[in-house]
Design a protein around this ligand. Structure first.
Ligand code: ATP
Length: 369
């Protein structure tokens, strides 16, 4: 949403988080700073949140961090949460940062581009770079995840969490999906602009409602093909015919699941960036978690976070009509493309041996070239 004119300075709240979070976050910051040169346009300030903080203080998402994120122009994040750090109910307090931020800042659109870059061999080997290029638009504030902290366990025998789907929440995310499709070049298979509504409308009323509301919104976009897929069939389609998809819009939990699947088809979790945006705030992080199994070894793939930095600059640039930021975002995307083409610069999760630092430096060099 274009709201204001360019600013001389943008405040960015940075939250490194846990596990590989600090490593990939620093990689992303280095690339963003290189892309912007000496312009001094972005002012970064670090705040704490996550599982390590919860262990130290009993609080995972302090009020101060929330206020800073709310008031910043954008929030840049590594990853938070550690599976070994759990509360008495078995859930991870470290995840509160991302989850609470979504609800409290109403970051209703979780935008996850799934794109096969040159140099990456997909597990779907028949697909060339460019043939997988779609965006998953995950509704980010409703569904089952809206019940977090409110579920019930009765007599140790029955557990329940309630899913919430609203007309307003569905309309705005589906509308965003159509607008996004209009800004893209269509599906790689046939060049058609297409919005696929993914649900389980044949089983649950709430999903049938999601689909019905989506159909109403689609009436305003006759130029874009409307398509439907049930979530179980979708897991097959994303493997068998990923080139058919342009924009996929879906409920919160389904979006969480299929974006991991989509990421696996284009090289893995380390490759996928995310923009989580509402009408007033933006939150940018890679699609992966804190990967504690590889933390501290310098081998995490930083590309998802670096690309998220690019998305942040593009979002800020479009919002403030600031062409310098839009240009820097596009340059980060191109620089990553160049680096990944070089087999010596592939990270471990793509079958290579390059360290996070080597990849980050190469992206910075490509930006400078
Ligand atoms: P969450 O639910 O918090 O998103 P997750 O359960 O999806 O987390 P991850 O932390 O993303 O789990 O890790 C899943 C696997 O992917 C792990 O084996 C991890 O090492 C690997 N992985 C995740 N991110 C990266 C990365 N940036 N580079 C290399 N490997 C990664």
């Amino acid at each position: 949403m274009n709201t204001t004119t360019p600013k001389t300075r943008y405040e960015i709240a940075v939250v490194e988080g846990d596990g590989i979070g600090p490593e990939v976050c620093q990689a992303g910051l280095k690339v963003i700073q290189t892309a912007l040169g000496d312009s001094g346009k972005l002012n970064f300030k670090e705040y704490r949140a996550g599982a390590e903080l919860w262990k130290e203080t009993g609080v995972s998402f302090p009020d101060e961090t929330f206020a800073a994120c709310r008031d910043a122009d954008a929030v840049f994040h590594g990853a938070a949460g550690l599976p070994t750090v759990t509360a008495a109910d078995g859930t991870e307090p470290g995840l509160d940062f991302g989850l609470q931020l979504r609800f409290r800042l109403d970051l209703y659109a979780n935008i996850r581009p799934i794109k096969l870059h040159p140099g990456v061999t997909s597990v779907l080997r028949d697909y060339e770079p460019g043939q997988i290029d779609y965006v998953i638009l995950r509704e980010n504030t409703e569904g089952f995840y809206a019940a977090r902290g409110g579920g019930n366990i009765v007599r140790g025998k029955i557990a329940s969490d309630t899913s919430i789907i609203t007309r307003e929440g569905t309309e705005r995310i589906v509308r965003r999906a159509f607008e996004l499709s209009r800004s893209r070049n269509g599906a790689p298979r046939d060049g058609k602009r297409r919005v696929t509504v993914c649900d389980k409308a044949n089983v649950l009323r709430s999903y049938a409602f999601f689909r019905a509301v989506a159909k109403e919104v689609a009436a305003d976009y006759p130029d874009i093909e409307l398509d439907f897929a049930l979530i179980d069939a979708m897991t097959v389609h994303l493997v068998k015919r990923p080139d058919f998809y342009d924009v996929i819009v879906t409920e919160n939990m389904f979006g969480d699941i299929i974006s991991d699947l989509g990421a696996a088809t284009v090289g893995g979790m380390g490759m996928s960036p995310t923009a989580e945006v509402g009408d007033h705030n933006g939150f940018f992080q890679a699609a992966h978690g804190s990967a504690p199994d590889i933390a501290g070894q310098g081998i995490a793939n930083p590309i998802g976070t670096i690309l998220s930095g690019g998305l942040m600059l593009t979002w800020l640039g479009e919002r403030h009509r600031d062409n310098a930021l839009i240009d820097a975002g596009a340059r980060i995307d191109r620089a990553v493309g160049k680096v990944i083409e070089n087999p010596n610069l592939l990270p471990g999760d793509l079958g290579g041996t390059a360290t996070s630092a080597k990849i980050t430096d190469a992206v910075c060099e490509a930006l400078a070239a």
